[in-house]
Design a binder for this molecule. Sequence first.
Ligand code: IDP
Ligand code: MG
Length: 165
Amino acid sequence: MIQQTLVLIKPDGLQKSLTGNILTRLSETRLDIVAAKVVRVSRELAEKHYCHLKDKPFFEDLIRYICGEFHKRKVMAMVYYGENAIEKVRKLAGATNPEEAEAVSIRGAYGRITTTGVYENVIHCSNNEKEAEREIKLWFNPEEIIVDIYPTKVVKREIEQRVWA
Ligand code: IDP
Ligand code: MG
């Protein structure tokens, strides 16, 4: 089944200069990168992305973590595309808890739990197709993705936009 999945290299991954290592590991999947950008994550985006966890005791720290308050304020966002993309990336990423993740997985190799209990697990990847669609539509506009993965429509809008001076 051809799928797409959202992959984020979280602020700790960028701070620790792990981008190259993580991309090399992900290339083992033979999936296609069909979108990529570096994002400064707003609190609003973070809260929407992790809305399913808003009642958890670690939610506030999680939002601060993904916004980059403990590291550099940036995240690298990508869409990976291809056969069984969701499962392939999740297997390589490893378990949510980096201490429980297989040692050779990305989270097992590079993640840690801080003394205050934050799971710094260096990478996000979508859990299932429904979540992937919600997350990809949250992080990307259609024109930022080089393949047509979800239906789009054209609307006429007058919006203020920053352009080169
Ligand atoms: P996932 O990232 O493996 O899909 P989710 O349950 O969706 O796991 O949780 C999202 C993120 O929230 C995790 O990647 C991790 O950063 C953080 N998180 C999840 N569970 C805990 C916890 O028990 N303590 C601290 N942080 C957690
Ligand atoms: Mg998840």
